[in-house]
Design a protein around this ligand. Structure first.
Ligand SMILES: Cc1cc2nc3c(=O)[nH]c(=O)nc-3n(C[C@H](O)[C@H](O)[C@H](O)COP(=O)(O)OP(=O)(O)OC[C@H]3O[C@@H](n4cnc5c(N)ncnc54)[C@H](O)[C@@H]3O)c2cc1C
Length: 429
């Protein structure tokens, strides 16, 4: 991986003290082994430990190394798909249950933050989904109607009403979802790890699982300097699967998303940009996101990776995009750049796999993992206790390779670069 693939950018700079854990050494025995130190694994560890179950969490690198430490920090309700698309994919019964459970997922996130005093710049002021075109506005009308039918506090604003909420005249309107909010994502992961540790979880970092096998009653996991014997295993590696689980990456569509953060903006300008402190993103196919952090930096994101080749192209697009969307900012320097790999499936629905006796994973949140990771971690913990699949609102499926995976990844990456290049040349935003 190049340096930017290892970097967590701004989040690394502003997250309060990185928790320190040792790597696993020697032979350990536990009830449940959890693999992966992002939201899913940490939430599972916290919920199991709180109930008195012995757990060991093994993280290949550091807490929040994967998506948890790189994301935009939008704590959204529900999936990326519209409710009607979720029903088309899963049918009424499971679909409605998934919509209900994930619609409430921000409640769990903000409750955990409050309960465990997690310092993570949490703001629950909603999010704004901004229409980049007339078609985008129509799609938001459908979203509004579908969520309102389900009792959700969402409200669509037309262009005139949305302009002061966003601080930009560029959008055709925006859907405010009051269930949602923003966090500093890496700090939330750090806080969850402290809460899980305090509840009794044994957490080890720099402990990649290299192999796993089952004897008559237990799973045996090996790491470079030790091993863990466990009655049950929760796998929570998503788009950052490595070593023993590298092959699971073949079940996902490679999809990168980058972010750039400005220097802190002056108060006079800040008053005019997202003054209600909502996080925002738009309806474009190559979507963009805009949010502020506690220090008043504007963070702009879009599809693509910012490795050596693409860095300048995407950076210039961000500069141009800021000038077009928020011209009141004027000249500004970009101080941080980073990116991450989103775990996408072809139909944008997460997957629930039973990989062996008492060995499960829920994976692929399709860019919506703060709420879902926290919730599915909890639900996987409940599955381990009950053995019942009924509590997880997803069909049990077998892992499946994505056909033409490499080509699809190139398609997204090249498409994003062409889109950003064309927008620079044409002056469209
Ligand atoms: C750039 C980007 C922007 C995003 N924006 C948002 C957003 O605004 N809102 C939102 O809700 N979601 C967003 N997401 C999605 C969200 O970040 C993920 O869905 C979420 O992090 C998933 O959490 P997780 O714990 O399941 O997996 P991850 O956070 O990816 O953690 C998996 C962990 O498993 C570890 N691991 C891998 N292999 C092994 C092994 N062999 N042994 C031990 N450990 C291993 C990895 O090192 C990693 O730390 C975004 C994702 C990205 C990448």
């Amino acid at each position: 991986m190049d340096n930017r693939a290892l970097s967590h950018g701004l989040w690394d700079k502003t997250a309060p003290d990185r928790p320190s854990f040792e790597s696993v050494r020697g032979e350990k025995v536990t009830d449940v082994a959890i693999i992966g130190g992002g939201y899913s694994g940490l939430s599972a560890a916290l919920h199991l430990s709180q109930e008195g179950t012995q757990t060991i969490l093994l993280e290949a690198r550091d807490i929040g190394f994967g998506g948890a430490g790189r994301n935009v920090g939008l704590v959204n309700a529900g999936l990326w798909l519209m409710p009607s698309d979720v029903i088309s994919e899963l049918g009424n019964e499971i679909g409605e249950e998934l919509i209900r459970v994930l619609g409430k997922s921000p409640d769990l996130v903000f409750d955990l933050i409050k309960k465990h005093n997690i310092e993570c710049e949490a703001v629950r002021a909603g999010t704004l989904h901004c229409a980049h075109s007339r078609g985008g506005y129509k799609a938001l009308q459908q979203r509004e109607a579908q969520w309102q039918d389900r009792g959700a506090p969402v409200k669509l604003f037309n262009r005139e009403e949305a302009t002061p909420l966003i601080g930009s005249k560029k959008f055709h309107g925006a859907l405010l979802d009051k269930r949602a909010g923003t966090i500093q994502p890496l700090a939330y992961a750090y806080g969850l790890s402290r809460a899980a540790k305090d509840a009794g979880a044994n957490i080890y970092t720099n402990s990649p699982v290299l192999s796993y096998k089952r004897d008559k009653t237990c799973w045996q996991l090996t790491t470079p300097n030790g091993s863990v014997k466990a009655k049950a295993v929760i796998l929570a590696v998503q788009g950052y699967a490595e070593r023993a689980f590298k092959k699971m990456g073949k079940n996902l569509v490679p999809f990168n998303y980058f972010q750039f953060a400005t220097q802190p903006l002056p108060e006079s300008v800040l008053k005019t940009i997202l003054p209600g402190k909502q996080g925002a993103w738009d309806t474009a196919l190559v979507l963009s996101s805009y949010r502020l952090d506690d220090a008043g930096r504007l963070i702009v994101g879009s599809v693509g990776q910012v490795d050596n080749m693409a860095f300048n192209l995407h950076k210039k697009w961000v500069e141009r995009s800021i000038a077009k969307v928020f011209p009141q900012i004027g000249s500004v320097s970009l101080e941080h750049a980073w990116y991450g790999r989103i775990a996408m499936t072809l139909n944008h629905i997460p997957r629930f796999h039973i990989l062996g006796p008492d060995f499960i994973t829920v994976t692929s949140y399709n860019g919506r993992g703060i709420g879902p990771g926290s919730v599915f971690g909890k639900l996987m913990a409940e599955y381990i206790k009950t053995g019942s699949t009924a509590g997880i609102p997803l069909p049990v499926s077998k892992p499946e390779k994505v056909p033409m995976r490499g080509f699809r990844g190139l398609f997204y990456e090249a498409g994003a670069r062409m889109y950003h290049l064309a927008q620079r040349r044409t002056g469209l935003f």
